[in-house]
Design a protein around this ligand. Structure first.
Ligand code: KG4
Length: 336
């Protein structure tokens, strides 16, 4: 089954052709990140306009690179939630038109389900159930992947996502947007104990997290240094910051692993590219003999291949949409 898939939830417009869920025939991405960089974060209206400009060309390019004709497409999948509403609507509207014109089913896909599915593309042996740490610019959650289309959130951030924290810190340091990659590179060789940053604990659910205090703490250090005319050791700062994020995530992942008893852990989303988090997880999993699946860096960020992959499993579960499909800015992964 060949699925033409679209993703437009934030600042990446993407199209892909995926066969039977796990074989990517093509995957093309156009990013408007450089246009947002000057503002230090995504400007929703600019993102929407760029999606409109890019999406039909990308659809053609995805078909061309896959070597298939329009009539070879069996279904169209699209990210419909969560994300920037204007950005999502571009993808949803285009996908609806494409499915209608081709006379094939329309499959709605939850963005974070897609991020999790990126692991199926990279790792043919991975099958539910497993535990997935989902960490991106908008999400930080521990998800029990009980089946391809059945999910339960075990814990998550009560405020900022980990990626948002990287991005805001990077913005204040003048590293541009998105800031996670530059912060990661800056941390290389830095002393991760040079700066003391908080690791929050949430009463009530030990698997929940909070990153807003960490964000405030690091911004305070930067502003105080500016006011006093002191020079910060940037590699030390970045390494200490990454350590605080990782120390908030990894023990909770391991606790959730104990609760589920799967001993199978995957990671998903843009922040899954972080070298400190990857290394800490590898160490923690090796210690308890848990199997770990990390997505390749190319599949960590937003792409449409992951939407085509999850779309296949949604289709098998009978989850298709009518022409009244609407986009949703927020939606629980378990309710999609
Ligand atoms: O998954 P993604 O492309 O978009 C969302 O669905 O949100 O994730 C983007 C996020 C941004 O916050 C970006 O700064 C972060 O992933 N990111 C990283 C790294 N590479 C990207 N964060 C930490 N370390 C990285 N190496």
């Amino acid at each position: 089954m060949k699925i033409l898939a679209f993703e437009s939830s934030c600042d990446e417009t993407a199209a892909a052709v995926v066969e039977d869920g796990r074989t990517v025939l093509s995957s093309v991405i156009a990013s408007s990140a450089d246009m947002h960089a000057v503002y230090g974060g995504v400007v929703p209206e600019i993102a929407s306009r760029k999606h409109v400009e890019a999406i039909s060309g990308l659809a053609e390019e995805a078909l061309r690179q896959a070597g298939v004709r329009r009539t070879d497409i069996d279904a169209v999948a699209v990210t419909y939630a969560p994300g920037l509403i204007g950005a999502l609507l571009v993808g949803v509207s285009f996908a609806k038109s494409a499915a209608y014109a081709l006379g094939v089913p329309l499959i709605p896909v939850h963005h974070v389900r897609g991020h999790i599915a990126a692991n199926y593309i990279a790792h043919p042996d991975l099958e539910p159930p497993f535990l997935c740490l989902c960490v991106s610019g908008g999400t930080t959650a521990l998800v029990d992947v009980q089946a391809y289309t059945r999910f339960q959130v075990l814990g998550g951030t009560r405020d900022d996502a980990a990626g948002e924290c990287f991005d805001k810190t990077a913005r204040v340091l003048g590293l541009g947007y998105p800031g996670g990659g530059p912060m990661d590179r800056m941390a290389k060789g830095g002393n991760d104990r040079a700066y003391v940053f908080p690791r929050a604990h949430i009463d009530g659910n030990p698997l929940d997290m909070s990153f807003s205090g960490l964000k405030t703490a690091v911004l305070n250090v930067i502003h105080h240094a500016e006011q006093k005319g002191e020079t910060l050791n940037l590699p030390d700062l970045a390494a200490s910051f990454a350590a605080a994020i990782s120390d908030s995530l990894i023990p909770r992942v391991m606790e959730a692993n104990q609760i589920t008893g799967y001993n199978k852990i995957a990671v998903a989303g843009g922040v899954a590219a972080n070298s400190r988090i990857r290394a800490d997880l590898e160490r923690a999993c090796a210690k308890v003999g848990a199997k770990l699946w990390l997505p390749p860096l190319s599949l960590c960020g937003d792409n449409a291949a992951m939407i085509g992959c999850q779309g296949y499993y949604e289709y098998l579960a009978g989850h298709t949409a009518g022409w009244d499909l609407n986009a949703r800015a927020s939606l629980d992964i378990s309710k999609a």
